[in-house]
Each structure stands twice: as C-alpha cells, then as structure tokens.
Ligand binder design. Structure first.
Ligand code: ADP
Ligand code: MG
Length: 255
C-alpha cells in the first residue's frame, strides 16, 4: 500500500531572543523523515522540547520548515497552504477542549468550521453536524449546548467533532489525551480505535505515555533534541530498542 504521508528530511530552527540585541538558534528539528499509511497510527514519543509539536505544526501549515519535503497522497504539499492541507490533516492539542469558545453553542462552532472550509448550504451543514455528533457518541440535542454544559469526556468528544467534521485523513493528537482521567481516556481511546476501523483514519499520536503508545501505535518514532532515534514498528521499539536513550526511556516507565 502506498504511503498517505511521506515526510522527508525536515529541518527547522527557531530564533530565540536572549536579550535586546542577541538571539540564540534553537535547532528544533534535525533531519526528520517518516511515513504514514492510511488506517495506521504513528507515535511520536519523546520528552518535552524534543520537537514533536514542531512536526505537527509543520504538517498543518502553522510553521514552515527550513527545508524538507512533505507529500500527501503522492502530491507534494506547499507547507504553508493552510486551507488545502488543513482539511486533510487536522490537529488536536492538549487544550483543545478548553479552547472552545464558551459563548458559542456547539452548533455555531461546527457551522463556522464548515462555512469556512466548505461550500455546504445551511441544510447540508446541519446534516453533517448531526452525523458527526452521532459518530462521536453525542446526541443531536448537544448541538444546542454551550461548552460549559458538558462533562470533561463529552467536551473531548466535541473537540474531536470539530476536528473530524471536515473528514480529514490524518488526525494529529498532540498530548490530547494526557489531561483526561484514566477511565475517560480509555473511553476516548476506544472511540478513536473504532473510528479508525470504520473510516480508515490515520493518527499521529504525540505523547510521553508509553502505555498509550503500546496500545494504539503501529509505528513509533522516538525523538530526542530534534532528532529521530529509534523508528520502527512499535513492538520492535519496545522489545529491542537500539538507542541507549530509548532503553532508558522505556526503563523509566512504571509499566
Ligand atoms: N515559536 C518558537 N520560538 C522559539 N522556540 C520554539 C518555538 N516553538 C518551539 N520552540 C523550541 O523548539 C524546541 C522543540 O519544541 P516543541 O516542538 O514544542 O517540542 P515538544 O512538542 O516535543 O515538547 C524546544 O526547544 C522549544 O523551546
Ligand atoms: Mg509539544
């Protein structure tokens, strides 16, 4: 099967100001390459500052790489072509649920997403909103709720609805499950796995929770200071890690 996403040799540096006239170069990504097939999950595993979110931001066009190439479905994508790539690659970050506008009903939030990115008329949008809520185990009447009326788990589903309503092919979950308590996390993980089964959605799972990686990811890439260390099928990374850093990372986990 062909790769859905092919990422080659990404480099990214940031300038961080260290004083009025001085700045420091931060090499956030150093030669990162990976690929993703339809229906598969790739985990990006690594400590804070290793470059995981930078990869995500480049994929959705929030950041531009210094160099490197991204192919989506066999076509090269311009790294800052927001509209075209955003619909097929969607990004959910840790605060996604809390970032919903508290003054907007869920229906208004979802209508706005569809108005911005599609040519659907009102009726089509309503239909799509109902379908999407259903897909995420929410009820039609939830469309009329404001964010504060939901429980934490429901709110996470709403955040997922906002990401999935444009039928993306890839969903990037950037620490999106970290803040949930364990039973809620299990529910959402099961929902995500079911969705993957039924729709062939691909995930890029960004986390430092090893259990989650083992449970969800087909492939795992361990990142350290902007570099990729071990990159292999998840089982192999866990069973026979190549790099000392990965061995330590795995050994440090209670599980
Ligand atoms: N906008 C930015 N300006 C300057 N430095 C940044 C910026 N974004 C990220 N960085 C730096 O790049 C490195 C990688 O960050 P990030 O990709 O957010 O790591 P992770 O998601 O793995 O925690 C870190 O050293 C971070 O401080
Ligand atoms: Mg991050």
């Amino acid at each position: 099967m062909n790769n859905l996403l092919d990422v080659k040799n990404l480099f990214k540096t940031y300038q961080k100001s260290t004083g009025l006239f001085s700045h420091k170069k931060i090499e956030a990504l150093k030669d990162i390459s990976f690929h993703l097939k339809a229906g598969e999950t790739l985990a990006l595993l690594g400590e804070t500052g290793s470059g995981k979110s930078t990869v995500a931001k480049i994929l959705v066009g929030i950041e531009r790489p210094d160099s490197g190439e991204i192919q989506f479905d066999g076509l090269k994508i311009d790294c800052c072509d927001h509209n075209a790539t955003n619909r097929r690659i969607r990004y959910i970050f840790q605060e996604a649920a809390r970032s919903l506008n508290p003054n907007q009903k869920i229906a208004d939030i979802l209508h706005a997403v569809l108005r911005y990115s599609t040519t659907m008329d009102n009726e089509q949008r309503q239909q799509k909103i109902a379908e999407t809520l259903l897909l995420l185990g929410l009820l039609p009447e939830h469309a009329n709720y404001y964010p504060h009326m939901f429980s934490g788990g429901q709110l996470q589903r709403v955040a997922l609805a906002r990401a999935l309503i444009l039928d993306p092919k890839v969903l990037i979950l950037d620490e999106a499950l970290t803040a949930l308590d364990p039973s809620l996390r299990a529910q959402i993980v099961n929902l995500l796995l079911e969705l993957q089964q039924s729709t062939g959605l691909s995930y890029i799972l960004i986390t430092n929770q090893l259990r989650l990686v083992r449970h969800m990811a087909d492939q795992t890439m361990v990142m350290y200071q902007g570099r990729a260390l071990d990159y292999a099928p998840t089982q192999q990374v866990f069973k026979a890690p190549e790099h000392d850093y990965t061995k330590k990372l795995l050994a440090s986990s209670p599980s």
